[in-house]
Design a protein around this ligand. Sequence first.
Ligand code: NAP
Length: 462
Amino acid sequence: MRRIVLFGYRGTGKTAIGTILARGLNVPFLDTDTLIEQESGRTIPDIFREDGEERFRALERDVIATLPARDIVIGTGGGVVIDPVNMEHLRAASVCVLLTSDLATIGRRLARAPRPPLTNLPQNEEIAQVITRRRRQYAASADFCVDTSRTSTKEAADRILSLLEKGVVPAPERAAAFRWFAASPLPAPEHARLEALLTGPDRDVQTRFLGVAGFPCSHSKSPLLFNRLFKRYDLNYHYTRFEDPSIRTIMQVARDIDAKGLSVTIPFKKDVMACVDEIDDAAQQIGAANTVVFACGSAHGYNTDWLGIQKPLAGYKGARAVLLGAGGVAAAAAYALTDLDMEVTILNRTPQKAQELAEHSGCRWESWDAFSGINPDLVVNATSIGMQPDTGSPLRGDQLKKEMTVFDLVYTPPVTPLIAAARKAGCTTITGTEVFIHQAREQFRLFFGIDVPDTAIREILA
Ligand code: NAP
């Protein structure tokens, strides 16, 4: 039996439900807060009062790192989700169930059994604030969600037993989803894999799905990367390709099979915004989302492209930058560069689009041939020039000076004609593969709360 790990805010019923669940499965129940008290010989309120939250979190991390690997139900403290190392330990070879309750119910339960405060706010405000702050991490902790607001502890435990035994997607939805995948241009081995996972007689009902949503998306390296990461972290997931001309259809299929999330690529990054229930601030500002996380019945849109673009530029704060292009990825680049206080000038083939993006993002804009007069520290190519099969370069070699850093967001081929010309001119270069690596790392954290080292992603992509 895989471990069952219960996550959730205080007062959602982890201990009471976990005890009943463990009895039903005939395995032990361990509560991380109780283990911390036993190890330290003090109560949790005493640890908070005498040594503060930081010390408590360190004790919690030690306890979590040594939990048994199987045949057990584990109840966790409400704050374990904020630490990616805890998530790596707790998510490995486990079924993770997020318990949720509405704020009024949590307030009533905590009034009966007070816990040490986490802020100086009145109890109800603290609950609302802390849950909002941890919302991403709670979503990332969930393989399955159970709302305990209006159920008895016995009913909630029965619901978990049922989903462990039968899964959550009924047979007709699984069969319909498989017919849809079978009609899409997937390679034969992937069709067979999906058939086994969705409709096969020996299917594992606890396996869940993620995928890349695009049209086309057969070129995407995300399935290779994510499926290898699932093995590395022992996660019971399968990552596939959702290829269809309509993002609405893809979202419906994803919801029907209770998918955990989607990586969104060309041409859906803008259109997907209308298909999610909530949108992250950065995605809203950029006007595009490349990540959807489904949790507890709702879909959240995020943009990790801008983080992938910004990460290799950490040392370029305040630089003078030229941004070539004014399409979807240029909007993410404009957000990333202005967030680093750069002085950014946008140049684009269609000047009107450069003007629109400049006005939206607080940048300047000029006509394409103004490049030579700007003398930038950094050039970022966000056009599709140089993307296979195109062999062009947005700039000539004689326009590049060795003092410049040239960052090409195009990553097929790995060394584009622009990067080759920049290396010849003696420039520092950053390739589009860096963006892919860092944006995927951020996506993995949104999906599972785990921090993957860059080196692990590089090894897989090599
Ligand atoms: P997009 O929205 O279609 O924008 C394309 C941009 O390229 C527009 O500014 C367009 O100018 C310009 N352009 C296209 N052909 C041109 C040409 N022949 N001459 C001059 N300008 C030209 O595409 P996108 O989503 O922003 O993607 C742009 C590139 O970034 C793609 O190659 C994509 O693969 C790459 N990308 C990389 C990553 C990564 O992880 N490394 C992530 C996302 C995207 P007009 O406005 O004049 O049409």
